[in-house]
Design a protein around this ligand. Structure first.
Ligand code: AMP
Length: 192
């Protein structure tokens, strides 16, 4: 089973993806994680995207599509969880083609719905928690970048909600609920 987790920054996509990896042996494909890795290891691509990511803007479709293409080649285990990808209609089209090429299908797109005011609080909280635990704080987890990340989401990513609804793939979950409740709702959707 291959699914997309869709939702604004701070909606809980990463948290829910991690749980699905543990409970269902699925493979999490987070383009954000892959890009941060490239940034940290200082590859040419990583250097190119660093400033864009720190500002909270989207990197080019070409780069993220290339990253996903590479990952679709290997073992598919319990299926793929696309986390933070696709983020534009061009990426959504590319994903459809890539899946077709490797004989896979997209089974569901799950939108995690959260109130905007809650996102700011969650992301600022995430930065504070990391700081308190002596862990690195994401360079884009600050109010200024978050504003841009939200704007990018509404301008470029939210049209995907209508797109996948029209394809009959969209399912919605209340992302404001407790993590465990969201987990249960997600599990029920995938089994249903
Ligand atoms: P995330 O960890 O998903 O919040 O992504 C962090 C940052 O990586 C985003 O703000 C973008 O700069 C970049 N990024 C991640 N995924 C994508 C994508 N699918 N398309 C474009 N940029 C992306």
């Amino acid at each position: 089973m291959n699914i997309i987790l869709l939702g604004p920054p701070g909606a809980g996509k990463g948290t829910q993806a991690t749980h699905l990896v543990d409970s269902r042996d699925m493979i999490q494909l987070s383009t954000g994680d892959m890009l941060r890795e490239a940034k940290t290891s200082g590859t040419e691509m990583g250097q190119k995207v660093a400033a864009i990511m720190d500002r909270g803007e989207l990197v080019t479709d070409e780069i993220v599509i290339g990253l996903i293409r590479e990952k679709l080649q290997g073992d598919k285990k319990g299926g793929f969880i696309f986390d933070g990808f696709p983020r534009t209609l061009a990426q959504a089209d590319a994903l459809e083609k890539l899946l077709e090429e490797c004989g896979e299908t997209l089974d569901a797109v799950i939108e995690l719905r959260v109130r905007d005011e809650a996102l700011v609080a969650r992301i600022v909280g995430r930065a504070e928690e990391a700081k308190a635990a002596g862990q690195p704080v994401r360079a884009d987890d600050n109010e200024e970048s978050l504003k841009i990340r939200l704007m990018e989401y509404y301008k470029k990513t939210s049209p995907l909600i209508g797109y996948y609804y029209a394809k009959g793939l969209l399912k919605r979950i209340d992302g404001m609920a407790d993590i465990k409740v969201v987990q249960a709702a997600l599990g029920a959707l995938l089994d249903g």
